[in-house]
Design a protein. Structure first.
Length: 146
């Protein structure tokens, strides 16, 4: 975001919280968002329904060749895509509308840079999580098996 939309980072992000765009306020707020979303990802991917799916032995040729780590990275990709679809595209416009028209001018719409940034965030998050957390090497039973 710093490389593609520095004005959004410097001015618009602090504005949605009613803060002045001083120094690294926007950067700090955006990093705090990333930390909170990383915690949410870690919480979700370690819950049994999702972890069970990630660790399930599958009978599809392509998926059977992927390991748990690859699936966690894929889950990160999906998480990044979901963040982009939910937060900037749905929640943010409603929040900006509540703040007034002046704040709305600072935010781009469904920008490709935003999509790429959120997907990259999810992939890196999945990579870091898969590399640092012990998810066990034993596959889980399929959630559809009894």
């Amino acid at each position: 975001m710093w490389a593609f939309e520095p004005d959004v980072l410097a001015a618009a992000i602090p504005a949605i919280y009613g803060l002045e765009p001083v120094g690294v306020v926007g950067w700090t707020v955006h990093i705090a968002h990333g930390v909170a979303l990383g915690i949410v990802f870690g919480f979700l991917v370690t819950r049994q329904p999702i972890l069970g799916i990630v660790k399930t032995t599958v009978e599809t040729d392509v998926l059977s060749r992927t390991g748990v780590m690859s699936r966690v990275v894929a889950a990160g990709f999906v998480f990044g895509l979901a963040i982009w679809a939910i937060l900037p595209l749905i929640v943010l416009p409603v929040w900006i509308e509540a703040l007034g028209a002046q704040a709305a001018e600072d935010f781009p719409g469904a920008a490709v840079e935003s999509l790429l940034g959120h997907v990259l965030f999810g992939i890196v998050l999945g990579l870091v999580f898969a590399a640092t957390i012990d998810l066990g090497d034993r596959p889980a039973r399929s959630p559809f098996e009894e």
